[in-house]
Design a protein around this ligand. Structure first.
Ligand SMILES: [Zn+2]
Length: 87
C-alpha cells in the first residue's frame, strides 16, 4: 500500500451502455448478453418486465445490434397484437 500515485489519469473510453431502455416497459433495464461460444447467440432480457428474447447474430454484431433487433421484434409483435390486449 505504499503507492504514492493515487491519481491515475485515464482517458475515458467510449463505453457502450450496459442497459438499454426496454421497448415494452420503458425502463432502462434491458441487458444484452452475447454468447460467442454457441454460434453467436445473443439474449436480451429485461429485469423489470418479463421480456426475454434470443437472437442469432453475426460475429461482427454487438449489443447495439441486438438491441435494434429486439426493438424491431417487439414493435412488430405489438403491431400484430390488438392494443386492447395490452396493459
Ligand atoms: Zn421491460
Amino acid at each position: 500500500m505504499g503507492r504514492r500515485r493515487k491519481k491515475v489519469v485515464r482517458i475515458p473510453k467510449k463505453r457502450l451502455p450496459k442497459f438499454f431502455s426496454c421497448p415494452v416497459c420503458g425502463k432502462e433495464t434491458v441487458r444484452v448478453e452475447i454468447n460467442q461460444d454457441e454460434g453467436c447467440k445473443a439474449i436480451a432480457q429485461c429485469s423489470s418486465c418479463s421480456l426475454s428474447e434470443e437472437f442469432q447474430i453475426k460475429q461482427a454484431q454487438g449489443t447495439v445490434d441486438v438491441y435494434c433487433m429486439l426493438t424491431d421484434r417487439v414493435y412488430s409483435t405489438l403491431k400484430r397484437t390488438p392494443i386492447t390486449k395490452l396493459k
